[in-house]
Design a protein around this ligand. Structure first.
Ligand SMILES: Nc1ncnc2c1ncn2[C@@H]1O[C@H](COP(=O)(O)OP(=O)(O)OP(=O)(O)O)[C@@H](O)[C@H]1O
Length: 228
């Protein structure tokens, strides 16, 4: 795993979950979860299918309110209006790229650029950075799955998130594109943001992150010596 000077004792954590429990459609999925992520830290999440990794990412993205416990993300307590303020600083790359199918890649990214108060040129530059300069006028629905995933990466580049959440982001990408994911994580780390990366590829995960936590039986289990 990379040796990072990730944890600074003085910097408050960007993510703090204490005894958090989460139900999905009234079924308990996460229970008594304690989890912290510090500025500059990249944390891997492993765990078997259905263990609750994506659910945990949706909580960190402030999209799901816990049933119990205390949770704050980028200083916003979950379930409060402050979440709306921090959401633009969070990028979640899920299983399905967040693109409007009938808009071109350029239109998708330029739309986001406007929402973020950025220039159209920034959208174009992000698409170029992920190798999609030649496909900007193609509708998202006409792109291959890997191209859509790349465009999703461009979205994350544009957001410049303080908290990057990747759900199986390497899946279906060629080697060059997979390298772009790692580069994106590196940028977030350099800016003293944080990233949480879900992957079933343990070797890849360990090469990318500072520590790997495991979701087991609805709880987050950290390696001995890593718990706080
Ligand atoms: N809409 C839903 N309604 C009911 N249960 C759901 C729903 N979505 C997810 N679940 C349940 O929540 C649990 C956690 O799902 P989640 O997608 O978080 O797992 P995961 O660890 O990300 O799995 P995978 O590795 O397969 O992606 C699973 O048991 C799943 O069946």
């Amino acid at each position: 795993m990379p040796t990072s000077a990730a944890r600074s004792p003085s910097a408050p954590p960007l993510v703090v979950l204490r005894g958090v429990s989460v139900d999905v459609e009234r079924t308990p999925v996460l229970r008594a979860v304690d989890f912290e992520v510090s500025p500059g830290e990249v944390v891997g999440l492993a765990g078997s299918n259905g263990s609750g990794k994506s659910t945990l990412l949706s909580v960190l993205a402030t999209l799901r309110k816990p049933r119990g416990g205390a949770a704050s993300v980028l200083g916003a307590e979950l379930g409060t209006p402050k979440c709306a303020e921090v959401r633009p600083r969070i990028a979640l790359l899920g299983h399905v790229p967040a693109l409007y199918a009938q808009l071109t890649l350029a239109e998708n990214l330029r739309f986001l650029s406007r929402l973020l108060g950025r220039r159209e040129e920034d959208a174009d530059a992000a698409l170029e950075a992920v190798g999609l300069a030649g496909a900007v006028d193609r509708r998202a629905e006409q792109c291959s799955q890997g191209m859509r995933r790349r465009a999703d990466l461009a979205r994350a580049l544009l957001v410049e998130p303080s908290l990057l959440l990747l759900d199986e982001a390497h899946t279906g990408l060629d080697r060059h594109s997979a390298g772009l994911v790692d580069e994106l994580v590196g940028r977030v780390r350099e800016r003293r943001g944080a990233a949480v990366v879900v992957s079933h590829e343990r070797d890849r995960l360990e090469a990318l992150v500072d520590r790997v936590a495991e979701v087991v039986g609805g709880r987050v289990v950290e390696p001995v010596g890593e718990q706080r």
